[in-house]
Design a protein around this ligand. Structure first.
Ligand code: COA
Length: 703
């Protein structure tokens, strides 16, 4: 990535406003006025052939008339003129184009938009937008947008796909007292996208947390790659989480792969924390900007009220950091600074009598103790205490420890005095929230951040016993005879080439061949019809299980063919599969989709009603580490079944994790070939006994 060009776009030293207007209310006027009001120190060059001067700035007819260099051009002319302006900017040597103008891909004019990008690239320029509000940067005194003012000062930066929302957030930064350095509107993302912007913000010295509002990524895989490498916390609010394309999906996995579940996994793989809603985006941005990740699991809560303590305890569990009793030595130490009727267990209840001194001393003791990984301080406003005084005593205690690698968050429940005290805390680097649940959610984000950052360090599992050529041979054979799906047997051949443990099977095309295969494989057996015209084999009377003799093989061979013909007269029958009958095991499902945003993505869940009714499944973008595969096993609600319930032995989770990784490698390696696939059911046996893929299905990509 050419950082110099992106610097020109996000941090220009000089800027032209093409379409600058003297008419109040026009966007071209507002942008120029905003540059002036924000006291931008770089060169400002209004471009408008009809004016000589606007807002006291000398106006030029064309960018080419400007003698000085221009880093960025903010384009505010109607859509039909944009192409010509890009040529002029290219000739002038402009680095970045901020195209505010609407009326491109968002109204269906995709080709026109792509032409603009191609043109910009041909001059070595990058294009932000079109259809954007602009870029705002406090540290550069730069309001290159039509948002009303620079945001409340702070150290987070927001990248938003929605322009209007960015403007709304801009104003809310003041009412919430949560500060940002940059607000970047990326609009249609025709060229500069989330990944580029994250990469640029990662090296921006004024940004400590990257906050995203995402409607849909165009570059999912690159966002994962860039996110994994980013040194700063990233938090994202994703809208539009309803399932899309599910109805049209042909495979089982396709129908379960809702956007939100895939995004959730992909964000985690990218090291991106998710926010639930706009409030949560602000709250999490604040904590991730001001505090370090929480590396352990032990949260100590100190409170002056039992009620908020219980609320916080409930929330701690909800946000994945259930409270534990404080160790005895810590309790003993804390008891010295509270009344005898208080409690030092955790939450530490200082009671309503607590004043600045008790808060100071217990915060200091708690923060210093090695058992404590994170501190949550709660306070309910009382008549005997001054909230600001309490806030200052907390800050003083924290500072006196000199500790910088442990987080602290605060919640004050009260009125205006508490609000003021919380503002003071935030200004002094301690995130403070009105509700105890919000404070616990915030510290939960720091725990989540520590965990997902660790996870991103794991390299994907690798296998050197894979036979890719064999898999391609099977796939090419099917393609050559005009098919875009594989038979069960072919699918299993592909699976086998990637080391998946499939049941042994052969296709018989005559009764005698069926008998000879049966004798080779051994009893008991399963027999199944093979026809691409019959998808639901059982419904067609095309499946016989527990076949135990040669006589039955002969009888069922003919019966299966007869049933198939009766079910679908014109069905093209390939033969009958004679297959090893896998013993009963816990049924799980593995499957894949080629997601339009993230590419090959794997699904895992328990089979049967768990998948049919409860949709108890989880996803990962392929490939990934074995540790991730093991986490998938724990993520589903049915996880205890695999762990072994009611005295049952645990299932072979090690073998299952291995198979999941192999499957992921297969769909990643063959993503040009496999569009969707299922292994369903996969029968998982007791620990040490492995598993078997009993049925398989692969749909090929259209070529
Ligand atoms: N070079 C320089 N200036 C030019 C020009 C050119 N080649 N062609 C036209 N202009 C001038 C116009 O003369 C006008 O100046 P004037 O007021 O002195 O006459 C100015 O550029 C703007 O053109 P105008 O035709 O008045 O357009 P407008 O201001 O009504 O609308 C946009 C222009 C870009 C704002 C409008 O097309 C648009 O896209 N609006 C939506 C923006 C938006 O919402 N973005 C996304 C937010 S989420």
């Amino acid at each position: 990535m050419n950082m110099d060009v992106l610097n020109g776009l996000f941090q220009p030293k000089s800027v032209a406003v093409v379409g600058a207007s003297a008419t109040l209310g026009k966007i071209g006027h507002t942008v120029l006025l905003n540059l002036q009001k924000s006291q931008y120190k770089g060169g400002i060059f209004p471009i408008n052939p009809k004016s000589d001067e606007i807002l006291g700035f000398k106006c030029y007819g064309n960018v080419l008339d400007v003698q000085d260099p221009i880093d960025a051009a903010i384009i505010t002319v109607p859509a039909k003129f944009v192409s010509q302006i890009i040529d002029e900017c290219g000739e002038k040597g402009v680095k970045g184009l901020l195209v505010i103008t609407s009326g491109f891909s968002e109204v269906g004019l995709v080709d026109l938009e792509q032409e603009l990008v191609a043109k910009a690239h041909s001059y070595g320029m990058r294009l932000l937008g079109p259809n954007i509000v602009g870029v705002l940067s406090n540290s550069d005194d730069f309001n290159g947008s039509f948002a009303p003012f620079l945001p409340f000062k702070g150290s987070a930066s927001l990248v938003s796909q929605s322009g209007a929302l960015l403007i709304g957030i801009d104003a809310q930064t003041y009412t919430r007292g949560i500060g940002f350095d940059k607000l970047i509107s990326i609009g249609n993302m025709s060229d500069v996208n989330f990944a580029d912007t994250i990469e640029w913000l990662d090296q921006d010295k004024n940004t400590f947390c990257i906050s995203l509002y995402v409607e849909g990524l165009k570059d999912g895989r690159r966002v994962i790659e860039v996110g994994r490498k980013t040194s700063k916390p990233i938090v994202a609010l994703k809208s539009g989480v309803s399932a899309h394309g599910a109805a049209a999906a042909a495979s089982h996995t396709g129908s379960l792969a809702g956007t939100s579940k895939i995004y959730k996994s992909a964000f985690a793989q990218a090291g991106i924390i998710q926010a639930e809603d706009l409030d949560n985006l602000f709250d999490r941005t604040l904590v991730l900007t001001l505090q370090p990740p929480m590396k352990g699991e032990n949260v100590l809560i100190i409170t002056n009220g039992g009620g908020v303590g219980v609320l916080a305890t409930d929330s701690a569990e909800k946000f994945g950091i259930p409270l534990k009793f404080a160790p005895p030595d810590l309790q003993e130490e804390l008891k010295k600074y509270m009344p005898s009727f208080g409690s030092a267990i955790n939450p530490v209840d200082l009671t309503g009598m607590a004043g600045e001194g008790w808060y100071h001393d217990t915060v200091k003791i708690g923060f210093q103790h090695k058992w404590v990984d994170g501190l949550v301080i709660l306070y309910c406003e009382t008549a005997m205490t001054d909230p600001l005084g309490i806030a200052k005593s907390i800050k003083k205690a924290v500072d006196s420890t000199g500790i910088k690698d442990k987080p602290i968050v605060v919640s004050f429940v009260g009125g205006e005095r508490s609000d003021k005290a919380m503002r003071w805390l935030v200004e002094n680097g301690i995130p403070a929230y009105g509700g105890p649940d919000v404070a616990l959610n915030a510290i939960g984000a720091l725990k989540e951040y520590a965990k997902i950052r660790m996870d991103t360090l794991d390299a994907p599992a690798k296998f050197d016993d894979v036979d890719r050529d064999e898999a391609l041979k099977v796939i090419n054979f099917a393609r050559n005879v005009g098919r875009d799906s594989l038979t069960e047997l072919e699918s299993k051949q592909v699976f086998k080439a990637y080391g998946l443990p499939v049941t042994y099977a052969k296709i018989a095309t005559s009764e005698d061949e069926a008998v000879s295969f049966a004798e080779e494989i051994g009893f008991p057996l399963v027999m199944k019809i093979v026809s691409l015209d019959i998808l639901h084999k059982s419904d067609a009377g095309g499946v016989k299980v527990d076949v135990n003799s040669v006589e039955d093989v002969r009888k069922f061979y003919n019966e299966i063919l007869k049933n198939a013909k009766a079910y679908k007269e014109d069905a093209e029958i390939i033969g009958v599969v004679i297959q090893e009958m896998a013993p009963w095991g816990t049924e799980v499902i593995l499957g894949s989709v080629n997601d339009s945003t993230f590419g090959p993505t794997l699904m895992f869940g328990l089979g049967g009603i768990f998948v049919e009714v409860l949709k108890d499944v989880t996803f990962r973008v392929a490939p990934f580490s074995k540790k991730q595969a093991k986490e998938m096993l724990n993520e589903i609600q049915g996880a205890p079944i695999l762990a072994g319930i009611r005295g049952e032995k645990p299932r072979d989770r090690e073998a299952l994790a291995d198979t999941i990784c192999r499957y992921a490698n297969m769909i990643y390696d063959l993503h040009d070939e496999i569009s969707e696939s299922d292994a369903n059911p996969v029968l998982v046996y007791d620990e040490g006994d492995g598993l078997k893929v009993a049925d398989a299905r692969i749909l090929l990509t259209k070529k």
